[in-house]
Design a protein around this ligand. Structure first.
Ligand code: FE2
Length: 311
């Protein structure tokens, strides 16, 4: 059976991608941002998921502004990198997992979440920047990626509550997939920022920290935030954080926060990043806590000892 092992949130600021592509990551301004993801890359290398589901928003790259699906799931075998005006980013093509994606589509749609299915779709910085932050800049992305694009560009985006419940439906879908796969879910975008208008440049660190706390301990409370409250506190583009609630809904109720990083600013945005792990269940959990082998392993270890004594 497939299972979701962890969730990750990450900003997807386009300037972070430009800093990587133009080899500027060691400049003092950017070093502060990239250093915060060093431990995350180590965590990812250790976690080695079989598949990642990346919740992000398209920035008028794949869909233009003529068609804006609320939830669009990538079911293709591969997703080319979009040209966002200065050529496609020099990152590997994103390989999908059509079988799991189709299974998720079937399960989630029959659970009454009407997804748009994309058998052909380009992906932009909203998806590729978080991949760089978590995987670095490899020649090939180390695992298949299932993109889930969410409309946070044109009013009205889905509510936080709807997103949280979609996350739950995705969890149910993944857990009914017969193959043993370890899945990590990304929620991208945020944190507080506003790109235009009178409040352009708005950052609200107090709100961001409270949101990160809530994400770990009390996500239900966050689902009650209206769009207006989110935009008032976190800026017009801060509404992107509803996407984080899809990731959180896909995790167990109780999670372990294994890493958090927050810095201001990157471009005109607060960068917030958190890694949440589902807790290990049953005997494995007890064994992990006491650092003793699980019962089955204990028996095997005892048998081995007996064998050593005899031989
Ligand atoms: Fe964005």
């Amino acid at each position: 059976m497939a299972r979701i092992v962890a969730g990750v949130t990450s900003s997807h600021v386009p300037a972070i991608g430009a800093a990587i592509d133009n080899h500027r990551t060691s400049e003092p301004y950017w070093q502060r941002v990239f250093e915060g993801f060093e431990r995350s890359k180590e965590w990812m290398a250790k976690t080695r998921p079989d598949v990642c589901i990346v919740v992000y928003n398209d920035h008028a790259s794949a869909f233009s502004v003529e068609m804006i699906p609320t939830f669009a799931l990538g079911t293709a075998a591969e997703f080319p990198i979009a040209d966002e005006g200065w050529g496609p980013r020099p990152v590997p093509v994103v390989k999908g997992h059509p079988e799991l994606a189709s299974h998720i589509a079937q399960s989630v749609i029959l659970d009454e979440f009407d997804l748009t299915l994309c058998n052909k779709m380009e992906v932009d910085h909203g998806l590729t920047v978080p991949l760089n932050l978590m995987f670095g800049s490899p020649k090939e992305w180390p695992c298949p990626i299932i993109p889930l694009a969410v409309n946070v560009v044109q009013f009205p985006p889905p509510t936080g509550n709807r997103c949280f419940n979609l996350g739950k439906a995705i969890k149910k879908a993944v857990e009914s997939y017969p193959q043993d796969l370890r899945v990590v879910v990304f929620g991208t975008g945020g944190m507080s920022h506003q790109i235009s208008g009178q409040r352009a440049g708005l950052i609200n660190s107090k709100f961001d920290h409270a949101f990160l706390d809530g994400l770990t301990k009390n996500p239900k409370k966050l689902t009650r935030l209206s769009h207006l409250e989110l935009m008032r506190e976190a800026g017009a583009e801060g509404v992107e954080m509803v996407m984080w609630l899809i990731m959180r809904g896909a995790l167990d109720e109780k999670v372990d926060e294994v890493y958090r990083f927050y810095t201001v600013p990157a471009s005109n945005t607060a960068v917030g990043h958190i890694i949440l792990e589902n807790r290990i269940k049953g005997a494995k959990k007890a064994a992990a806590k006491s650092k003793k082998p699980a019962p089955k392993l204990k028996r095997a270890a005892a048998l081995q000892k007996v064998h050593r004594v005899r031989s």
